[in-house]
Design a protein around this ligand. Structure first.
Ligand code: AOF
Ligand code: ZN
Length: 366
C-alpha cells in the first residue's frame, strides 16, 4: 500500500504532510530489523524544513534526522510522525526530549506505539511539556506500513509468514517426487520477491534432505539476503549440503544438537549453531536477533506444527490448477478444532499469476 499521492493545493493539509512522512516510512520498510521504519516531516509556515526516516536498527530515529535537518527552524514548527515518538532509552535516546528541547510546538502522530515502554507515555510527556498533539491522521495507511511491528509487539515474537505451494488437491509433489515445480516460473519469481522482503527464512531438516535448497534471493539488483535457519534437532545436516557450503556468504543458523567435532566443522564453514527448544522460543529468539519477519518454507511436519501452535501470522498460498493425486500432502494431520475455535484467516489479496493463484491471508491479532 503506497501512501504517496500528490496534493495539487499550495496549502497542504495535515493528511498531505503525513502522507509524505508515510512515504518515507514505506520506502524504508523491511530494512530496520525489529524496529518500525518510522517516517517524520517537519513543517513551519506551510514550508518543509526537515524530514527523516529510521533507516537501520541501532541508529537515529526518524525525528532526530528531521530535527538535524531543520536546525533552528524546528522552533515553533510542527512535526508529522507515522508513530508516536518514543520516550524511553533503548538503543537510542528518547525522541520526546529531543522534540521538546528543539522547541517543536505541535506533534501530529498517525498511530500510538504498541511498545509497552511507550504506548501513550510519549504523547503524555509531550502534552505535559505544553506541546499540542494530534493523533490518528492517516492511521489506516500507517497501520498497514507498521503492521508486522505491531503484531510482533503484541505476540512478543517475530512475525511469521507461511509460504505454501500446492496442487488443487493440496499436494506438494507427485508420489514419485518427479515434479520439482508445482507452480509456474512467474510464481517462482514472485517467491523471490517474497524472500527479499523478509529478514529470515526458516525450514526443517526434512526439506534440506529432500530438496537441498539454497533459500536465498535470486533477483537482479538485490542487495539484501535473508538469514537462513534450519531446525535440525538431531544434528543430521550434512556438511555437503548447499546451505552449509554457502554459510560464509549468507547468514546461516542451525538449531540442534551436534557432536563437538561436527559443531566445530559447521562453525568453521560459517554456520551459527544454537540449541533447539520449541517453535515458540525460536520466534522470540529471532525477534531479539532483529529478525522481525520470518518466512517459513518447509515440509508437512513443520507446516502442521506451526498451524497446531497457532504461530502463523500471515499465509501466502500459491495454488496450481492441477490434480496430482497420491499422498504427498502439504499437511500432516492438523489437530481437529472445536467448531467455535476454528482457525480463520482474513484474505487480504488474491492475484492470478499466469495460471496459478496467489492468496495472501492474515490472522487478525489484536
Ligand atoms: C520513534 N522514532 O523512528 C522509531 C521508533 O532501541 P531503539 O532506541 O531504537 O528504540 C526502538 C523502539 O522505539 C521501537 O521498539 C519502537 O517502540 C520505537 N521506534 N520510535 O520515536 C522512530 N523507529
Ligand atoms: Zn524515538
Amino acid at each position: 500500500l503506497n501512501p504517496y499521492s500528490l496534493s495539487n493545493s499550495p496549502i497542504k493539509s495535515d493528511e498531505d504532510w503525513m502522507r509524505l512522512a508515510l512515504s518515507l516510512a514505506y520506502y524504508a520498510n523491511g530494512q530496520t530489523g525489529s524496529n518500525p521504519s518510522v517516517g517524520a516531516v517537519i513543517v513551519k509556515n506551510n514550508k518543509l524544513v526537515g524530514m527523516g526516516a529510521h533507516l537501520k536498527q541501532g541508529t537515529a530515529h526518524a525525528e532526530i534526522h528531521a530535527l538535524n535537518m531543520a536546525g533552528d527552524n524546528a522552533r515553533g514548527a510542527t512535526i508529522y510522525v507515522t508513530l508516536e515518538p518514543c520516550c524511553h532509552t533503548g538503543l537510542t535516546g528518547p525522541c520526546t526530549e529531543a522534540l521538546i528541547a528543539a522547541g517543536i510546538t505541535k506533534v501530529v502522530v498517525a498511530l500510538v506505539d504498541k511498545n509497552p515502554n511507550v504506548e501513550g507515555k510519549g504523547i503524555l510527556s509531550l502534552k505535559e511539556a505544553g506541546i499540542e498533539v494530534v493523533v490518528g491522521i492517516c492511521h489506516h495507511v500507517a497501520q498497514s506500513i507498521h503492521h508486522e511491528f505491531f503484531v510482533s509487539q503484541i505476540t512478543k515474537r517475530s512475525y511469521v509468514i507461511l509460504k505454501t505451494a500446492c496442487s488443487l488437491d493440496g499436494k506438494l509433489a507427485l508420489d514419485n517426487l518427479e515434479s520439482q515445480w508445482i507452480t509456474n516460473e512467474q510464481a517462482r519469481i514472485d517467491v523471490h520477491h517474497l524472500r527479499a522482503s523478509v529478514d529470515a527464512i526458516l525450514t526443517g531438516i526434512g526439506t534440506v534432505k529432500v530438496d537441498n535448497p539454497m533459500l536465498n534471493v535470486r533477483l537482479d539488483g538485490n542487495q539484501k539476503q535473508p538469514a537462513r535457519i534450519v531446525i535440525d534437532r538431531q544434528g543430521e545436516i550434512e556438511i555437503e549440503t548447499k546451505i552449509v557450503q554457502t554459510a560464509h556468504q549468507f547468514r546461516t543458523i542451525l538449531l540442534g544438537q551436534y557432536s563437538a567435532e561436527k559443531k566445530a566443522k559447521l562453525i568453521n564453514l560459517g554456520c551459527e549453531v544454537e540449541p533447539y527448544d520449541s517453535l515458540k522460543t525460536i520466534f522470540s529468539w529471532t525477534l531479539k536477533q532483529g529478525l522481525m519477519r520470518v518466512l517459513i518454507e518447509a515440509g508437512p511436519r513443520l507446516v502442521t506444527a506451526l498451524l497446531d501452535d497457532d504461530l502463523v501470522d500471515e499465509w501466502v498460498l500459491y495454488q496450481s490448477p492441477r490434480v496430482f493425486g497420491g499422498n504427498q500432502s502439504i499437511y500432516q494431520n492438523i489437530k481437529p478444532s472445536p467448531l467455535d475455535e476454528i482457525k480463520r484467516f482474513e484474505i487480504v489479496n488474491t492475484e492470478l499469476i499466469g495460471q496459478d493463484i496467489k492468496i495472501l491471508m492474515r490472522q487478525n491479532r489484536k
